[in-house]
Design a protein around this ligand. Structure first.
Ligand code: S3P
Length: 450
């Protein structure tokens, strides 16, 4: 895949003076979309994927799967269809897999290819090439694969898979659904039972989907944590997947409706997996007017509609054990906290330092530039709001990271002065329709002319 380096696209938030109003849907869940393409390629028969997120990260995974012999195609009806090759049916990619900005795609695929007798090369953009991968390589090495990487385990890297993978029992040293999933995906082509123990529960889409495809997977609560055991080399069969709206994307219009006066917004069909709703729990504690309606289970995942109204918010302490269920939502929570009255303390955030950028540092710097009273520690962030709009007016560098980019645009919507971000293009990785969707509900986000 050739990588075209596009020019930075600076965006100006404008001011949403008339309120955020309407009824919208956000694009499909990124985590579930990556997994759908991978599992669809391994299931026998056809897998139909409805509502796949067509963001850059997921399209990179689609391309990687094509190079590994497990292509899914987009139909004219917008439904993606994969004709699976069965577990063990992948083939060696003749090209380097370029996963762009996608940490999830990279880590899950490293697991997927580790239990095959083939060599797979991975690279990505400057952000991805700075991210630690040893957390995935370490357990994969225990299963018999080899990984050759740059210092610190960083990409570009090669996974030299094994033809005789060993099942392992592995206790996660970090709360990471990506690491858990990489091991389980390696376990798919491994004889015997592969077990991952997670001291703190993380998103369980991989487990739900593997079960949905017919794999034998047992989840038990042990004294060491939540143990997930997968029996390898199952025959999994194609199915219909309905990807719910991504709660991590919904967080941005939710935040906009909370901070802009006069707002009332409904977001339909949002994924409400219990391991993903830490932000909603926190916002309710802050006094937000959010109602969940029409709650249901669709294709194994809990979904519902969210009704959000503007109103006063107060600061709270977010406990560290909540971090895995809202790990991607701290940037936008820190923006909402800037509008709330009182201190919001966010604890247990060490993992934010190794996301697409150092999000703790980025949010602390950017909030300060917007006149917010903020302090940071190695793994915590504290934001002191006054209950009034922050100053705003800054130009923020987004460092190839989509979530701070969207967060600062939302901050600008009701700040005393709008905010500019130096590059909006990373937003395409997870929420390619962000600007149009937001402008359709009352914002005036636009390209900043230089
Ligand atoms: C993801 C898990 C999280 C999250 C990422 C998506 C996944 O990462 O930050 O955006 O799909 O499993 P970690 O599991 O590394 O915390």
């Amino acid at each position: 895949m050739s990588k075209t380096q596009s020019l930075p696209r600076p965006l100006h938030s404008g001011t949403a003076s008339k309120g955020i109003k309407g009824r919208i849907r956000v694009p499909g869940d990124k985590s579930i979309s990556h997994r759908s393409l991978m599992l669809g390629a391994l299931a026998l028969g056809e897998t139909e994927i409805h509502g796949l997120l067509e963001g850059e990260d997921v399209l990179r995974t689609a391309e990687a799967m094509r190079l590994l012999g497990g292509a899914a195609e987009r139909g004219e009806d917008g439904v993606w269809r994969a004709r699976g090759r069965g577990i063990g049916g992948l083939r060696e990619a003749a090209e380097v897999l370029d996963l762009g900005n996608a940490g999830t795609g990279t880590r899950l695929l490293m697991g997927l290819v580790a239990a095959y007798p083939m060599v797979t090369f991975f690279t990505g953009d400057a952000s991805l090439r700075s991210r630690p991968m040893a957390r995935v390589s370490d357990p994969l090495k225990l299963m018999g694969a080899q990984v050759i990487a740059r210092q610190g385990g960083r990409p570009p890297l090669a996974v030299i898979g094994t033809k005789d993978p060993l099942p392992i029992t592995y206790k996660l040293p970090v709360a990471s659904a990506q690491v858990k999933s990489a091991i389980l995906l390696a376990g798919l082509n491994t004889p015997g039972v592969t077990t991952v123990i997670e001291p703190e529960p993380t998103r369980d889409h991989t487990e739900l989907m593997l079960k949905g495809f017919g794999a034998k997977l047992v989840v038990e609560q042990t004294k060491e944590g939540r143990a997930v055991s997968l029996t390898g080399q199952p025959e999994i069969t194609g199915r219909k997947i309905v990807v719910p709206g991504d709660p991590s994307s919904a967080a941005f219009p939710i935040a906009a409706a909370l901070v802009v006066q006069g707002s009332e917004l409904t977001i339909e069909n949002v994924g409400l997996n219990p391991h993903r709703i830490g932000l909603i729990e926190t916002l309710l504690e802050m006094g937000a007017d959010i109602r969940i309606e029409n709650e249901r289970i669709e294709a194994g995942e809990r979904v519902g509609d969210l009704r959000v109204k503007h109103g006063a918010l107060r600061g709270v302490t977010v406990p560290p054990e909540r971090a895995p269920s809202m790990i991607d939502e701290y940037p936008i929570l820190s923006v909402i906290a800037a509008y709330a009255e009182g201190e919001t303390r966010m604890l247990g955030l060490g993992e934010l330092r190794v996301k697409e950028s150092d999000r703790l540092g980025a949010m602390a710097r950017g909030l300060k530039a917007c006149g917010v009273d903020v302090s940071e520690g190695p793994d915590w962030l504290s934001v002191k709001g006054t209950g009034k709009p922050p100053a705003g007016g800054a130009e923020i560098a987004v460092n190839l990271d989509h979530r701070p980019a969207m967060s600062f645009l939302v901050l600008g919507l009701a700040a005393r002065k709008p905010v500019t971000i130096d590059d909006g293009s990373p937003i395409d990785t997870s929420f390619p329709t962000f600007v149009d969707l937001m402008n359709g509900i009352g914002t005036g986000i636009r390209l900043q002319n230089r």
